[in-house]
Design a protein around this ligand. Structure first.
Ligand SMILES: NC(=O)c1ccc[n+]([C@@H]2O[C@H](COP(=O)([O-])OP(=O)(O)OC[C@H]3O[C@@H](n4cnc5c(N)ncnc54)[C@H](OP(=O)(O)O)[C@@H]3O)[C@@H](O)[C@H]2O)c1
Length: 266
């Protein structure tokens, strides 16, 4: 894996998978730009990463549509170019569709879909001018199949996968790569900030989340996929089996997903 001197912009770097990627990429001597809303969390991360001089903090809110063009300009201006952008910003959901307010759907789409889409649209001309670029989209197994209590989350991740897979198929730029990552449960705090039906945070660490794949293992597999310019990688345990059932024996998928997904604390 050679990330040395590569300029890597990580959005959603303040915690979880994004923070894990930042720490690992710093060890690989990449030049990092780290983004999320929380300046204090980004500052603590900057203090942790290997060789802080190669790490720049760029706070931004993915839902601030009007401000995103300037964020992209600022990101490019830091080193004069960007080699790899990793979209890891995301928000989860824990509510049945029937109990979910429309505003929650808008928020999930804004962070999980329109944020990465908007930044990528602004970056494409830059990648075209410089003759190369690599976009990494952290989607989800919920971007491949529905799962109870995730109607808006699954919709946003299906949209994300649809957009990035189409970029892969269009293939209009040379030396331009898109890697879509579909994780199952990873052991992060995603369920803490997940939105409930009225938009309040779920504020609990799910059993499913607690028993998820460790962040470090997920990070190693993501970096390997980027290095090999993989189009799609699944990083999951039982969710992978559920997805295979979805393809091979759909009736079993509907039965098992419903039973497992509606269990409390999952
Ligand atoms: N953990 C899992 O089980 C799992 C499974 C499948 C997919 N994923 C995906 O992996 C990605 C990372 O999630 P994670 O598990 O690492 O959870 P996490 O620790 O909660 O990380 C989410 C990141 O998104 C950032 N973020 C949230 N809203 C934002 C906004 N409006 N603008 C900018 N940044 C925002 C957060 O930073 P601030 O709060 O500082 O803004 C944080 O850095 C997400 O896209 C998630 O959907 C996770």
């Amino acid at each position: 894996m050679n990330f040395e001197h590569k300029v890597v912009w990580i959005i959603g770097a303040s915690s979880g998978i994004g923070a894990g990627l930042a720490k690992a990429l710093a060890l690989h001597r990449a030049h990092l730009i780290i983004t999320s809303r929380d300046y204090t969390a980004l500052k603590s991360l900057e203090e942790l990463v290997e060789n802080r001089t190669r790490c720049t903090i760029l706070p931004a809110d993915m839902t601030d549509n009007a401000g995103l063009p300037q964020v992209v300009e600022r990101a490019i201006s830091i080193h004069g170019h960007i080699d790899i952008v990793i979209h890891s910003a995301g928000v989860g959901q824990r509510s049945a569709a029937v109990d979910t307010q429309l505003a929650v759907y808008h928020q999930l789409m804004a962070v999980n879909f329109f944020g990465p889409l908007t930044l990528t649209q602004y970056l494409l001309p830059h990648f075209k001018r410089q003759g190369h670029g690599h976009v990494v989209a952290i989607s989800s197994m919920s971007g491949l199949m529905g799962f109870p209590l995730r109607s808006g989350y699954a919709a946003s991740k299906h949209a994300l996968k649809g957009y990035f897979e189409t970029l892969q198929v269009e293939h209009t730029l040379d030396n331009f790569y898109v890697t879509i990552v579909s994780p199952g449960r990873i052991k992060t705090g995603l369920s803490l900030s997940a939105l409930t039906g009225d938009g309040a945070p779920y504020d609990k660490m799910d059993k499913g989340q607690l028993n998820g794949i460790p962040v470090n293992e997920c990070v190693v597999r993501i970096l390997k996929a980027i290095s090999h310019k993989k189009k799609h990688v699944i990083i999951a345990k039982s969710e992978h089996l559920l997805y295979l059932l979805r393809i091979l024996i759909p009736s079993a998928y509907y039965r098992i997903a419903r039973r497992r997904g509606l269990q409390a604390d999952n």
